[in-house]
Design a protein around this ligand. Structure first.
Ligand code: NDP
Ligand code: MG
Length: 390
């Protein structure tokens, strides 16, 4: 029986993690559930899964939750202190990090320091502080098991110690705008960008998929998780999302992992690793299934080139790119800036940053805060320019 804490239980990955838990009550028990502000859904989850501890980051939401569950024995806490307790308590074996954004960094580090194994969905944490997080995992001997479908695929294809690995082929659907006329790109609306062809996900990652910043973040995530150089990571457009990624060995042999576009599969793999249990989800049917592959269009999707440059430079720069992107995505969803401005904002903030090498946590958090402040100012200026469409 594994005892789990889920950070971000009310989100897309969090809810699908609870689907996996619901399907295998003999293997899992929920110790703590944590989210941002959704008290109503967290109450439902508490009544079903009976955790010892529930946390909402927002104080007023936590107060509301306390009122909703006062007939139960669950402890309700608020804020980052509550999140840190939820990952560190002795009753926890594994932490699923499924919050969206860099906010997941401190709880992930705290969990590793407390000796907990991580099922990691929250890629922004590895982008912002990959060296620090991986070093902490090595020091404490904790495993970081990937939930992101591509990284789970790579993890499943890796043999032994990875000595014979030549490169990683990171597949990408290309999102909703892979073939959209270029002249329409600046006018893309949030509703269009939120309509992903293959996956149903939270808003932030769906917009990242539309700009392909998601793939850029995943390139940096793969570099840290698998210890490969950026030259060893090749992005390949595969619109059907049937192959979730591949690895090529030095003898030329390529291994792929295939599956339906259903995150419950990589989630279950990360929860149960190294055992593969039966699962009740629908199976992949390959009859009449076409598989196609293309090189990515770097002009249409500047995020990809930016992420490679930023990843190669390292230091505090990936944290800065990630923070600026988080601010710009939020501004696009609020219709303050155009689609094309999202990556332009990230590029502009990166160009202004004085990189610190080998940063510690305070330096990463300071760079993140600096980038958010500057990106917010840039967004304000863009929003103020009437008819800004570029
Ligand atoms: P969602 O937006 O659906 O969910 C985000 C979760 O995080 C919610 O529970 C939300 O709580 C919580 N949250 C948001 N902000 C905060 C905050 N400031 N403090 C605490 N909790 C917060 O996101 P997804 O589930 O789609 O994605 C989660 C992570 O997993 C991301 O890093 C994403 O990149 C990654 N991922 C997602 C995939 C997917 O298929 N969805 C695939 C691969 C990776 P509340 O709702 O209560 O505000
Ligand atoms: Mg992915």
């Amino acid at each position: 029986m594994q005892r789990l804490t889920i950070l971000g239980s009310t989100g897309s990955i969090g809810r699908q993690t609870l689907d996996v838990v619901r399907a295998a009550p003999e293997r899992f028990r929920i110790h703590a559930l944590a989210a941002g502000r959704n008290a109503a859904l967290l109450e439902e989850q508490i009544r079903e899964f009976k955790p010892s501890l529930a946390v909402l980051l927002r104080m007023e939401a936590a107060r509301e939750l306390r009122g909703r569950v006062q007939d139960l024995s669950v402890r309700v806490e608020a804020g980052m202190a509550g999140m840190l307790r939820a990952v560190q308590e002795p009753g926890v074996d594994k932490v699923v990090t499924a919050v969206s954004g860099r906010i997941g960094l401190e709880p992930t580090l705290a969990a590793l320091q407390a000796g907990k194994c991580i099922a990691l969905a929250n890629k922004e944490t590895l982008v912002a502080a990959g060296d620090l997080v991986m070093r902490t995992a090595r020091t404490t001997g904790c495993a970081i098991l990937p939930v992101d479908s591509e990284h789970s695929a790579i993890f499943q294809c890796l043999e032994d110690d990875g000595q014979a690995l030549a490169k990683i082929l990171l597949t990408a659907s290309g999102g909703p705008f892979r073939t959209c006329p270029l002249e329409h790109m600046p006018d893309i609306t949030p509703a269009e960008a939120l309509a992903h062809p293959n996956w149903s996900m939270g808003d932030k990652i769906t917009i990242d998929s539309a700009t392909m910043m998601n793939k850029g973040l995943e390139v940096i995530e793969a570099h840290h998780l698998f210890g490969v150089t950026y030259d060893q990571i090749e992005v390949l457009i595969h619109p059907q999302s049937v192959i979730h990624s591949m690895v090529e060995y030095r003898d030329g042999s390529v291994l792929a992992q295939l599956g339906r576009a259903d995150m419950r599969l990589p989630i279950q793999y990360a929860l149960d690793y190294p055992v593969r249990y039966a699962s009740p989800w629908e199976r992949l049917n390959l009859r009449n299934q076409e598989l196609s592959f293309f090189a990515p269009d770097l002009q249409r999707f500047p995020a990809l080139g930016l992420a490679y440059r930023v990843g190669r430079r390292g230091g505090t720069l990936p944290a800065v790119m990630n923070a600026a992107n988080e601010v710009a995505v939020r501004a696009f969803l609020r219709e303050q800036i155009s689609f094309a401005r999202i990556i332009a904002v990230a590029e502009e903030i990166c160009a202004l940053h004085d990189v610190i090498d080998d940063p510690d946590l305070p330096e990463i958090l300071a760079a993140d805060a600096w980038a958010r402040r500057l990106a917010a100012e840039t967004v304000e200026r863009s929003a103020g320019i009437k008819g800004d469409r570029s």
